[in-house]
Design a protein around this ligand. Structure first.
Ligand SMILES: [Mg+2]
Length: 167
């Protein structure tokens, strides 16, 4: 339940052909530390990645737990995609709203995020394909995230070990 289907360093490392081969037609993106860093910067590489996603016929939307509207809205406007906030991830409500908006089956949707206990857990609960990316900024401001990070590292480490064992 805590394991993602796949781990990448950053979103622009995710090969879009890889997603297409899996039958993915829609992507649910986290914002903080997945698309933007602590300074709220959306890098050109990440922008380009989302653009090529859309060019390849894969729809995308943002699902964020944040309560800061301006921040999410700015990123969504730049990328010209829809956003949903106050998501209460890992609860399934937000994921279901995205699914309805994308108008796809769970198996056709990929959730991408930097937090095991919100993005990945929520995506797994709603039976979507899940990709964990390492957080952009090593330091996170929120206290709850600071507590969760060491636990996340443990999950990622044990996941990688399991992959290694299965080789
Ligand atoms: Mg995040």
């Amino acid at each position: 339940m805590f394991y993602p289907n796949k781990i990448f360093n950053k979103i622009e490392d995710i090969d879009i052909k890889f997603l297409k081969d899996l039958g993915i037609k829609g992507v649910i993106l986290d914002v903080d530390n997945t698309l933007i860093d602590n300074s709220k910067i959306l890098s050109e590489d990440k922008y380009n990645w989302v653009m090529s996603l859309k060019e390849n016929g894969i729809n995308a939307c943002i699902l964020s737990n944040t309560i800061i509207k301006d921040k999410v809205e700015e990123v969504a406007n730049k990328l010209d995609i829809k956003y949903f906030m106050f998501a209460k991830k890992p609860l399934s409500g937000g994921f279901k709203r995205c699914k309805k908006y994308l108008n796809l089956n769970s198996s056709e949707i990929c959730v991408i995020g930097d937090q095991i206990f919100t993005d990945i857990l929520g995506g797994n609960i709603t039976k979507m394909y899940t990709i964990y990316v390492h957080p952009i900024s090593p330091k996170d401001c929120s206290i709850t995230t600071t507590i969760k990070r060491p636990l996340e590292k443990m999950v990622v480490k044990s996941y990688l070990k399991r992959m290694e064992d299965n080789k």
